[in-house]
Design a protein around this ligand. Structure first.
Ligand SMILES: Cc1cc2nc3c(=O)[nH]c(=O)nc-3n(C[C@H](O)[C@H](O)[C@H](O)COP(=O)(O)OP(=O)(O)OC[C@H]3O[C@@H](n4cnc5c(N)ncnc54)[C@H](O)[C@@H]3O)c2cc1C
Length: 510
């Protein structure tokens, strides 16, 4: 019996399987598609996801396959105000523009390196949940078979089969917008077609009743276009996207000089906003688009999924190993459900600001006011934190949760350790908890849980500075494997024992 069956090898399933394998859980990944999709869909990762990937040593490979950009910066509702994340002290202020298929390739390589091959061409068709485990009915090249696992995680996207076969509801609001996303090859381009990626507000144009976002994908002539008009609103969701439809939109927005050579793929999407009520139903958990959907405005979906996976992986691995403290697995829902709920709300707010019909003067006036507000440094910092995921602070409760650092991400400080120079993200790469001892005085040696490492270090200057953002005097920090601070202490007498017990099961658990 596998410890965990992961359904779906999109970014969420691949990241989750990697986290589980890294923590020593036996994982099986089931994927319906025979070969990777080759679709650009989620075109970028935000600053926090960049940090998360750096914490697993994956960011360099992602940057290698990314689309070069001159500091495109984030946006809110496509307003012409670049969002500046630097006040949040990140090493990756611009995030990374990478088509989703290339990111998935990096995650799948990483998973393979951990000894797990995705079982492709195999589809989940049924599910039975018992006291001791799960039986999943899968249909693959060899016919139908049952596979057993102790837990199953639905990472099977917006139209989740797991949701359907378990009868888990997906409450929310149906879509009001109908639009197309497509990867295209252009034979000729007019001067209005962007030659390089810049701020989103420069990539969006309207014309002939269409709006269109046109973004180069790297190779000459290859673009991602996202567009809509009354025509798309009227078409059925299942209607195939045709080359004629894309060519009409291109001509309307960029003129007849812009010529479509080839439609690589195209699909329709909406701005439906839905979220499962619970992320855990006994032995079945939900993550990524299977748990929450919303408009792609603001490019949050893929980022949310990867961060769901980062939050769940180490907790579920500890649980299946029998060393998870009480409540650890349920903290996945408690922490991640509010995060996606906020994204649903902010994408809906952005949709209002982004789609004023030309005659809607009131909305245009509101848009101008919000644009001016976004230029104010404090408002810009607020929006940059919101859209980049850097402002996230989990409500961890507990007696020391009043310290401003507890519940926030640990800044990726540069450190000098007895073993040489390093960074917080490098120390987190094995996917273990990290007890950082930053003071001059030695703390008494502790018996640590098996998945926590203690490191004595001195903070040295770097592009993110030297401050941690904690209360004065704090020199001991306990960081979870997902990079969030769960305890701080001042001086060698402070004791992390209760926090170690709460998050890692203490030193007696094994
Ligand atoms: C036009 C557009 C632009 C976007 N831009 C961005 C962006 O810039 N940034 C961003 O963060 N997000 C963006 N998104 C959203 C992003 O693409 C999704 O949020 C992301 O793909 C979700 O990842 P996932 O792994 O949860 O689900 P998916 O990527 O949907 O993966 C689910 C996987 O499960 C498999 N599967 C489904 N059913 C079964 C079954 N029964 N058995 C086995 N396998 C199954 C599927 O084949 C698929 O591979 C965009 C989306 C669209 C449509």
């Amino acid at each position: 019996m596998r410890d965990v069956i992961v359904i779906g090898a999109g970014p969420t399933g691949l990241m989750l399987a990697g986290e589980l394998a890294l923590a020593g859980a036996a994982v099986e990944v089931i994927e319906r598609q025979v070969v990777p999709s080759g679709q650009s869909r989620g075109g970028g990762i935000n600053s926090r996801t960049s940090e998360v990937l750096a914490m697993r040593g994956l960011l360099d490979a992602v940057i290698e396959r990314s689309i070069p950009t001159k500091s495109a910066r984030g946006h809110f509702a496509g307003l012409p105000v670049p969002l500046d994340t630097r006040p949040w002290r990140t090493r990756h202020p611009d995030g990374v523009l990478i088509p989703q298929d290339r990111l998935e390739a990096v995650l799948e390589d990483h998973l393979r390196g951990l000894g797990v091959a995705v079982r492709r061409g195999t589809e989940l068709v049924g599910l039975t949940c018992g006291e001791a485990g799960i039986e999943a009915a899968v249909s693959g090249p060899g016919g139908q078979e049952m596979i057993e696992g102790r837990y199953l995680v639905a990472c099977d996207g917006a139209h989740s089969t797991v949701r359907k076969v378990t009868g888990v509801a997906f409450p929310g609001r149906a879509g009001t917008l109908a639009a197309v996303s497509a990867d295209v090859e252009l034979a000729a381009v007019s001067t209005t077609v962007p030659r390089s990626v810049s701020h989103i507000s420069r990539l969006i144009r309207t014309g002939g009743g269409f709006w269109m976002l046109t973004s180069p994908l790297g190779p000459a002539g290859v673009y991602r276009v996202v567009f809509g008009s009354a025509e798309q609103q009227a078409l059925a969701r299942q209607a195939p996207v045709t080359a004629d439809e894309v060519a009409r939109a291109l001509t309307a927005v960029h003129g007849p000089e812009t010529k479509l050579a080839k439609l690589r793929w195209g699909s329709r999407f909406s701005d439906a906003a839905r979220q499962v009520t619970n992320y855990r139903y006994g032995r079945v958990l939900f993550a990524g688009d299977a748990a929450h959907i919303h408009s792609p405005i603001g490019g949050q979906g893929l980022n949310l999924g990867i961060q769901d996976a980062m939050n769940l992986g180490w907790k579920l691995a500890a649980h299946v190993h029998g060393r998870a403290p009480a409540g650890l697995l349920d903290s996945y829902h408690a922490e991640r459900h509010p995060v996606a709920a906020r994204v649903l709300a902010t994408t809906r707010a952005q949709a209002v600001l982004m789609s004023p019909p030309p005659e809607a003067d009131d909305l245009l006036a509101l848009r101008e006011i919000v644009t001016e507000l976004a230029r104010l440094p404090d408002a810009n910092r607020y929006l940059a934190g919101l859209m980049s995921g850097l402002d996230l602070r989990y409500d961890l409760g507990g007696s020391d949760a009043t310290d401003p650092l507890v519940g926030t991400r640990m800044i990726d400080l540069s450190l000098q350790t007895p073993a040489g120079p390093t960074t917080v993200s490098a120390l987190l790469q094995p996917g273990r908890g990290l007890l950082l001892e930053l003071g001059d005085q030695r703390a008494p040696r502790l018996a640590l849980p098996p998945n926590v490492t203690a490191v004595t270090a001195r903070v040295v200057d770097s592009p993110v500075g030297t401050a941690m953002g904690a209360s004065p005097g704090v020199d001991r920090v306990l960081v979870r494997p997902d990079g969030y601070v769960c305890w701080v202490g001042a001086g060698p007498e402070s004791s992390p024992q209760a926090a170690l017990q709460r998050w890692f099961g203490g030193h007696n658990a094994a």
